[in-house]
Ligand binder design. Structure first.
Ligand SMILES: Cc1cc2nc3c(=O)[nH]c(=O)nc-3n(C[C@H](O)[C@H](O)[C@H](O)COP(=O)(O)OP(=O)(O)OC[C@H]3O[C@@H](n4cnc5c(N)ncnc54)[C@H](O)[C@@H]3O)c2cc1C
Length: 333
């Protein structure tokens, strides 16, 4: 396999010019913790790597509209930021439960949100059919191992799950992405950023090949300040989640005024439970009410052969995460 060319850029406009010049054969590289592995495995074969690691997009800034996290902020720097820790605990917990300290020191927020799926067929050393890797080749999960794959929103072309913990927390907190391209700047809610696979699973998101994620903006709210992230995995350290739940609550006494619930590990994108949220507003934050509400979750799920357990596991994870917020001041006496 020929080695890709390498271009280190010092500003965003040079990076955008390089993406325009090289088109789909170029890839941005930030921390490199995902992309380099994909290149080594022959899954990604870029002709040119555009290294954005030195762009001045590595700060977390607070203003009246919440927090702006630069796309090149490392996961560990973001997790250590005092404003993020006090106002958005679900984000910090999602980061601290991701990967290892060494990886978090190199990996960036933008790269985390754009990492590719951990579906074993997409990552397999022996190349098996995978429409995400090789469009038109098929989906080996159709008749194979599917325990870790999606239970909702999947298509016959692809059953892969979205991998990022951070994305689940950010969708729960209504975060938006700032994206630059040669056509200008646009803002995309993270909840609308990721795509379900349909017939084109090779495209994970609505990001165009000539666009760069510049920053994530997280709006402030009382619910964001009382939020949490619960991740269920096969072993405690250093493992992607089977399912996860990001939750946030604002309560008046014990009555819920605002609630957000987003599941991870169930679909090709973070899965927000809007219907459950609407049901809970105006009700009490008690175990029986939360259980009753979460019985509505994933009602349209279509589990695969061996991952039906994820539905109940995700409901229980969300239930536990919500009830744990009572100990974090969600309920005042
Ligand atoms: C052993 C291991 C365990 C892990 N465990 C977890 C886990 O538990 N939870 C979890 O969430 N993640 C986990 N990860 C994934 C890890 O968090 C990602 O590899 C990392 O966040 C990617 O960031 P990066 O800066 O290294 O991205 P890179 O590898 O540099 O890039 C990844 C992708 O993002 C694109 N990209 C990067 N920056 C931008 C930008 N600003 N705009 C547009 N595109 C961009 C690149 O083109 C590339 O396609 C794990 C990784 C490893 C290796």
């Amino acid at each position: 396999m020929p080695e890709p060319g390498y271009l280190r850029v010092a500003d965003t406009s040079t990076a955008l010019a390089a993406l325009t010049q090289y088109g789909r054969s170029a890839r941005l590289i930030a921390g490199g913790t995902d992309l380099v592995n994909l290149i080594k495995e022959g899954i990604e074969r870029p002709a040119v790597l555009v290294d954005i690691g030195r762009l001045p997009l590595d700060t977390v800034q607070a203003d009246g509209n919440g927090l702006r996290i630069g796309a090149l902020t490392t996961m560990s720097a973001a997790a250590g930021d005092p404003a993020l820790r006090s106002g958005y605990p679900a984000v910090v917990e999602a980061l601290e439960l991701s990967a290892s300290p060494q990886i978090r020191n190199a990996a960036t927020i933008g790269g985390n949100l754009l990492q590719r799926t951990r579906c074993p067929y997409y990552r397999a050393e022996t190349k098996l059919p995978c429409n995400k890797r090789q469009p038109g080749s098929g989906c080996a999960a159709r008749s194979g191992y599917d325990r870790t794959l999606a239970v909702i929103g999947w298509s016959d072309a692809c059953r892969a799950c979205h991998p990022s913990d951070l994305a689940v927390a950010l969708v729960a907190l209504n975060a938006e992405l700032t994206i630059h391209s040669p056509r200008g700047s646009r803002t995309v809610p993270l909840a609308a950023f990721y795509r379900l696979p349909g017939e084109t699973p090779e495209r994970d998101s609505v990001l165009e090949p000539d666009e760069i994620v510049i920053a994530v903006r997280v709006p402030p709210s009382p619910a964001a300040a009382c939020s949490g992230y619960l991740k269920v995995r096969e072993r405690a350290p250093y493992e992607f989640g089977l399912v996860s739940a990001a939750v946030a609550v604002e309560a008046d006494g014990t009555m819920i005024r605002d609630v957000r619930i987003c599941l991870g590990g169930v679909a090709a994108r973070p899965w927000r439970l809007y219907e459950v949220e609407r049901y809970l507003v105006g009700r009490q934050l008690t175990e029986s009410v939360v259980r009753e509400a979460l019985a509505l979750a994933l009602a349209d799920a279509r589990p695969l052969k061996s991952n039906g357990f994820k539905i109940e596991l995700a409901r229980r994870a969300a239930c536990r995460a919500l009830l744990e917020l009572r100990g974090r001041g969600a309920v005042s006496k």
